[in-house]
Design a protein around this ligand. Structure first.
Ligand SMILES: [Zn+2]
Length: 307
C-alpha cells in the first residue's frame, strides 16, 4: 500500500482510506454489517496496509467509532483516524469539545479520563496570540493580532486578554483571505489565499519558479542581491504588505506580533513594515509590528493559558 505524507501529521497516510460508515447501523441501510464483520473488515484493511480510517460520530450514533475502536485494539496508535462533527452541532468551541470527547470515548480514547483533567482545544494561532498577549512581547497592549507565518498561515485576535472567536469561530483566519482574485489554488478550495503566497512552502516554491532552484527559506534569504532575489523579495514584501494592511484597515489592532519560521526574516521588520504602512488607509498608521519573544514555546504556553 502506497503512503503519502500529510501536512501537519507525523505519520504518512495510506492513499486508500477505509470509510467506516457502513460498519455501523444507519437509518437508510439498516444494520447489515454485524459487529463481527465490522471487526474482520477493519483487520483485513490493516493487513492490506491501510493506515487511515474515516468515521464520524453520526454513523450509527457513534457505533461506527465504537466498532472501529474495538477492531483497532492496540493498533490505535499506528493509524490515523479522521472524524467529523455532525451538522446539528452548535458552532461553539464547547460543543466541538464535547463532540470530540464523545468520539474519543467511543474509540476508547477518552483523553479526559486518561489524563484525569479536563481537555481544552484551541487552534495554534490563537494559542500563540494569547501567550504573546499575556506574557510575551504584546503584554502591554489590550488589542493584539497574533500571526503565525510558517508552513501554514494563521492568526488570532486577543482583546483584553481574551481570544475573540467570532460568530462561527473563524475570527483571525487571515491566511485564507483573498490576496489575488484569480491567484494560486489553495487547498481550502479558494484561489489566491494569503497562505498560497507568503507561507514558508509558498515562498520556497516561488523561488523555484523564478530560479529553478530548490532551496530552503533560510538559504534563500542569504542569496546575493541579484535581480532574481530582488524580484522574489519585492513580491514577498508586496503580498505581506497587502495582507497585513487589510488587517489593520479592518481591525486597527494596538499591535501585531509575528510568529512561525517566516517571522525570522529580518527584512520584514524594516522594509516589510514600510510596505504595510504604505498600503494602509490612514496616513497616521504607526501600528507596531513586532517579532515574538516566546519562540516555538508560545503555542504551548498559550494552550496552558486557556480557560
Ligand atoms: Zn485558502
Amino acid at each position: 500500500m502506497r503512503s503519502v505524507p500529510c501536512r501537519g501529521l507525523d505519520k504518512p497516510w495510506s492513499v486508500i482510506t477505509f470509510g467506516c460508515w457502513q460498519i455501523a447501523p444507519s437509518g437508510g441501510w439498516g444494520d447489515y454489517c454485524s459487529p463481527e464483520d465490522a471487526e474482520a473488515s477493519v483487520k483485513t484493511a490493516l493487513e492490506g496496509g491501510i493506515t487511515a480510517f474515516d468515521t464520524a460520530e453520526g454513523y450509527g450514533d457513534g457505533e461506527s467509532e465504537r466498532r472501529l475502536g474495538k477492531a483497532l485494539g492496540s493498533q490505535k496508535d499506528e493509524v490515523l483516524i479522521t472524524s467529523k462533527i455532525w451538522p446539528d452541532a452548535d458552532l461553539t468551541l464547547a460543543s466541538y469539545q464535547e463532540r470530540l470527547e464523545g468520539t474519543l470515548r467511543a474509540l476508547d480514547r477518552d483523553l479526559t479520563a486518561a489524563l484525569g483533567r479536563p481537555v481544552r482545544l484551541q487552534n495554534d494561532a490563537n494559542c500563540f496570540a494569547i501567550s504573546e498577549a499575556t506574557m510575551g512581547i504584546a503584554k502591554n497592549y489590550p488589542f493584539v493580532f497574533g500571526v503565525i507565518l510558517g508552513t501554514g498561515i494563521g492568526g488570532g485576535i486577543i482583546i483584553n486578554g481574551k481570544i475573540h472567536h467570532g460568530r462561527t469561530n473563524i475570527a483571525g483566519e487571515w491566511g485564507h483571505h483573498t490576496l489575488h482574485q484569480n491567484g494560486k489554488k489553495c487547498y481550502c478550495g479558494k484561489k489566491g489565499c494569503v497562505e498560497t503566497y507568503i507561507s514558508g512552502p509558498a515562498l520556497e516554491q516561488h523561488w523555484k519558479e523564478i530560479t529553478g532552484k530548490t532551496q530552503s527559506l533560510s538559504e534563500i534569504v542569504k542569496s546575493p542581491m541579484n535581480s532574481d532575489f530582488l524580484k522574489w523579495r519585492q513580491e514577498f514584501l508586496d503580498n505581506f504588505g497587502t495582507a497585513l494592511a487589510n488587517v489593520i484597515d479592518i481591525l486597527d489592532p494596538d499591535v501585531i506580533v509575528l510568529g512561525g519560521g517566516v517571522s525570522n526574516i529580518e527584512f520584514l521588520y524594516s522594509d516589510g513594515i514600510k510596505n504595510v504602512y504604505e498600503k494602509v488607509f490612514s496616513d497616521l498608521v504607526d501600528t507596531p509590528i513586532l517579532k515574538n519573544i516566546l519562540g516555538d514555546s508560545a503555542g504551548v504556553f498559550g494552550a496552558a493559558l486557556l480557560d
